[in-house]
Design a protein around this ligand. Structure first.
Ligand code: BTN
Length: 244
């Protein structure tokens, strides 16, 4: 992964560009990276603040021959790979399900996976990652929906190149296993880093809020919440999770 790719000084969104390229069948693992984005996008229709030089913004094109329902797992793998890469550099991270990375409870990176599918067949998947690298000023910090931090606040000497290389190496390994049907081991590793496990959380879906204890993850990567009376499962989709 990442052996072919293109770099942009400034682009709208690396995810949009990667989707365009995926529709034209660039090779698997094609990497689109940028120094800045003018229309960076986050989950749930949010925008992703991407000033030039401030962060690491990139997207990977994949063609997993798996049914679309299994693809949320891919986004968990990307979160795990990024967590492992950051640990390798010496910083401890937690994963806020499904795929935000936290350092000391503050968000340092987010992942936006987008797929194109036809009936039960996946055409392509684009995994987009944004990592806050340079220390954030207060205005930018307050533009985030969640308390934010930046990697250099914890690892002043971090190199973007080595972080990206390490992520690609980890993700490639997890992705190869995943394509062979091995997901359980990755899920175990993911759970070790799961934020708020055993704590009271709030789940916000389109039209409802649920409060309960974050009990576990299902074998498919879904979130299991126990509100004292019932146990509910949530698939990674259009929902967000907060500590209560
Ligand atoms: C989130 O936390 O909601 C996900 C943020 C994902 C941002 C990255 S930056 C690179 C790629 N291009 C985009 O437009 N978004 C993703």
């Amino acid at each position: 992964l990442g052996h072919t790719g293109e770099y942009h000084d400034l682009i709208g969104s690396t995810n949009d560009r990667a989707k365009e390229l995926a529709a034209n069948k660039v090779p698997e693992g094609f990497l689109v990276s940028a120094n800045g984005q003018t229309a960076g996008r986050g989950r749930l229709g949010r925008s992703w603040n991407s000033p030039p030089g401030q962060g690491l913004y990139f997207s990977l094109v994949l063609y997993p021959s798996l049914p679309p329902v299994e693809l949320p797992r891919l986004t968990l793998l990307a979160g795990l790979a990024l967590a492992q890469a950051l640990e390798n550099l010496g910083v401890n991270v937690q994963i806020k399900w499904p795929n935000d990375l936290l350092i000391n409870g503050q968000k340092v990176a987010g992942i936006l996976t987008e797929i194109a599918a036809e009936a039960e067949r996946t055409i392509y998947a684009v995994v987009g990652i944004g990592i806050n690298i340079e220390p954030l000023d207060e205005e930018v910090k307050s533009s985030f929906a969640y308390p934010a931090t930046a990697l250099k606040e914890h690892l002043p000497g971090v190199s973007r190149q080595s972080l990206l290389a390490m992520f690609l190496e980890r993700f490639e390994k997890l992705y190869e296993e995943f394509k062979k049907g091995e997901f359980a081991q990755s899920l175990t590793e993911y759970k070790k880093r799961l934020a708020f496990l055993g704590e009271e959380v709030m789940i916000i879906t389109g039209d409802r809020e649920y409060i309960g204890v974050l009990h576990d993850l299902g074998e498919d990567g879904s979130l299991i919440i126990n509100d004292g009376n019932t146990v509910k499962r949530f698939a990674a989709g259009e929902i967000s999770l907060r500590r209560k």
